[in-house]
Design a protein around this ligand. Sequence first.
Ligand SMILES: [Ca+2]
Length: 357
Amino acid sequence: MAPIVAVDYVADIEHVDDGRDQSGPYDWSVPIKTIINKHIMKHQSEQSLAENMIWIPGGTFLMGSDRHYSEEAPAHYVTIDGFWMDIYAITNQQFQEFIEATGYVTVAERPLNPEHYPGALPELLVPGSAVFQKPSYPVDLHNVGNWWAYVPGANWRHPEGPDSSLEGRERHPVVHVAYEDAEAYAHWIGRGLPTEAQWERAARGGLEGEEYTWGNEFTPDGTFMANTWQGEFPWQNLCLDGYEGTAPVGSFPPNGYGLYDMAGNVWEWTSDWYQDHHAAHVGHACCAPINPRGAIPEQSFDPHMPDIRIPRKVLKGGSHLCAPNYCLRYRPAARIPETIDTSTSHIGFRCVVTPRT
Ligand SMILES: [Ca+2]
């Protein structure tokens, strides 16, 4: 794919009167409530390290939500410093370049140690990854095994299993990457993974406390703004947004900071350990915590599985599998826990560069 450099993007923005980039395949008559921060533009011309990145301004913002799932509450103010963030999730092509340069082997491609999985069936002790498999009829939503399967041979090169490939999916976000894989890529390219606060600050695009990354209306003027699930999950995917699985990065309009796919498509790894809610960070706008981080590993676990005390990282953004009837999490406040050695067909990542202060 042709590299899209952030400085070119900003040059486009500056040519229009209303502050919005009107190029591209979108219907710009749609009133997207965005704030193009002039501060961003000043920084764009300074960048040389940050190809494919955009400057996210520091400041105080309202993080979390009191209107949805309990783990997002309470909505609270936090303050973070400015940073650079990838405009897109890391693509298969970018990840391929990393693999070719380093010979890195992802977690999903490595042999499993039976000692780590006592009682596991031998046929499952082979390299593989979790793949979404759509049932053909309504199923019990309490059992994720009704739509997730561990598929031997599934990995980032073979997203649905050994017989699948990346052909035609070069610009799709890489999936089947465990946390370690995302971290390895970030280290290789001289960047890092975002904290949860950085990720949410970026996803909100300059909007304060709104439902989605683009405003409060899910489909403004009937336009789909993200790759999510329409229909009754997990058996009925109406594909009204045009995509059943992942979409190429940048297939939907950017948010107010110029970032693409900060809602839906794939969940994205953050560097923070998950805690059940935001209580530790509660603050007022006057004295909000600065650059907050998540739990310590010893306190991190999934509250839905309290007996399994495995620390988990925070995933943000929702995916193409998020649906109103099951997982309404294509919102900037949404968050779920994930074990660091897990890889699936709906988890990817993007990187940040945080200037030293
Ligand atoms: Ca979709």
